[in-house]
Design a protein around this ligand. Structure first.
Ligand SMILES: *[C@@H]1O[C@H](CO)[C@@H](O)[C@H](O)[C@H]1NC(C)=O
Ligand SMILES: *[C@@H]1O[C@H](CO)[C@@H](O)[C@H](O)[C@H]1NC(C)=O
Length: 375
């Protein structure tokens, strides 16, 4: 048996006010509002409204970072509705979502917050061998929930739906604003992984991934802008004011996979999918294999955090509330050596700061030695 616990906070007072204006103006003109709106930000109450939809499973290791970057987005929170569903967790995902959900509910800043958690047992679908198996039942559930998210978004008069995975870290807080300003129907911010993996396909053949000639140039930002590509995933903004939206119904004999079905449907309905790399937006963890373990994914997360720390001075931030859920790494050590030394020029404190951050993430205890300029 499963039971479902719904943590659903709707700003009742706000909704009551909104209802009278919804019919004409949508999601919520500012009125008796809860969000202080700065004078220089006159456009805040006219920005499009967005339902952020997120399906989460077994992401306790990424959630503290994911939720922090989500709440840091520079976008008026009263124009965002949060919709999260989580099921079949074998780690602390449920606890983290409940704690965070309670907090954002107390803030009362978002238009609405809906977090629904189905906790087990059973902890897996009957056709899942490991916690990470992409089984048929799992895909079916994901596709059903994503369609449900679109229905909810339309019902609350959102202009856009933003599907985002819990292993995406939008370190650039301007991401949502920038994407929305592009006024595209289906668009993704290009995400980096530290390797060749990203959240778009350059080519598709027989419904599967193929590396296109321009893939690496886009990934490395040798060419910049927004590019028509056959498939985007993991962070996708869709304009739901459009008619005849893409969905997850098979068009032909494509595989039962949510991202492929959606891309094939989009193409069949005449939508273009675009990925944009006009600025640095954020990062994505490369996907887990079926036989992955929680530990393996944690190590990948650690590596990605080091990668991010190199380019973003603050690294991947975590809110005070969520710090308690950051999984403790091994205590700092000299990794089997008698000593580990870090050599740094005193006049380069910037480098020292980055290295210190990276070594802290990696759990390496070092002794600092000052470098001298040689000739
Ligand atoms: C957005 O991030 C930048 C640093 O990248 C920071 O300086 C700025 O204050 C942030 N803006 C908001 C509104 O959080
Ligand atoms: C879940 O969180 C609790 C406390 O918040 C912690 O004691 C426990 O070790 C965590 N479990 C896992 C599997 O991380």
């Amino acid at each position: 048996m499963t039971h479902s616990s719904v943590l659903s906070s709707v700003k009742f007072a706000l909704v009551a006010i909104l209802c009278s204006t919804l019919i004409n103006r949508g999601f919520g003109q500012k009125s008796g509002n809860l969000v202080p709106i700065k004078d220089d930000d006159a456009d805040r109450s006219t920005l499009p409204t967005i339902l952020i939809a997120c399906l989460v499973r077994n992401k306790a290791h990424t959630l503290p970072y994911f939720l922090t970057t989500l709440e840091n987005l520079d976008y008026p929170q009263d124009r965002i509705a949060i919709w999260i569903k989580s099921d079949h967790n074998e780690d602390n995902t449920t606890q983290i979502l409940r704690t965070w959900g309670q907090e954002v509910q107390d803030w009362g800043l978002y238009h609405s917050v809906s977090i629904e958690i189905i906790d087990g047992p059973p902890f897996r679908q009957s056709d899942q061998e490991t916690a990470f198996t992409w089984s048929s039942k799992r895909f079916q559930l994901i596709m059903r929930l994503k369609e449900e998210a679109v229905k909810v978004a339309k019902k609350i008069w959102a202009d856009y739906i933003f599907f985002i995975d819990a292993d995406v870290f939008l370190v650039n807080n301007q991401t949502l604003k920038n994407l929305v300003a592009k006024q595209k129907d289906l668009v993704a911010p290009m995400l980096l992984s530290g390797g060749m993996y990203s959240n778009f396909w350059g080519g598709m053949k027989d419904y599967y991934y193929v590396r296109s000639d321009n893939y690496k140039d886009i990934l490395d930002s040798k060419i910049t802008g927004c590019f028509d590509v056959p498939l985007i995933h993991s962070a996708v903004l869709m304009n739901i004011r459009k008619k005849n939206l893409p969905n997850y119904h098979p068009v032909s004999d494509e595989p039962e996979d949510d991202i492929i079905r959606f891309a094939v449907s989009a193409k069949a309905k005449g939508f273009t999918m675009e990925v944009c790399n006009d600025m640095e937006y954020g990062y994505v963890l490369s996907p887990m294999e079926d036989e992955s373990s929680f530990n393996a994914d944690n190590i990948r997360l650690q590596n990605l955090r080091v990668e991010i720390a190199v380019y973003w001075p603050d690294g991947l931030p975590v809110s005070d509330l969520l710090k308690q859920f950051v999984q403790q790494q091994n205590p700092p050590s000299t990794i089997g050596f008698d000593q580990t030394y870090l050599i740094n020029l005193q006049r380069r404190p910037d480098r020292l700061q980055k290295m210190d951050h990276a070594l802290e993430i990696l759990g390496i205890d070092y002794t600092l030695i000052e470098a001298v300029d040689g000739t």
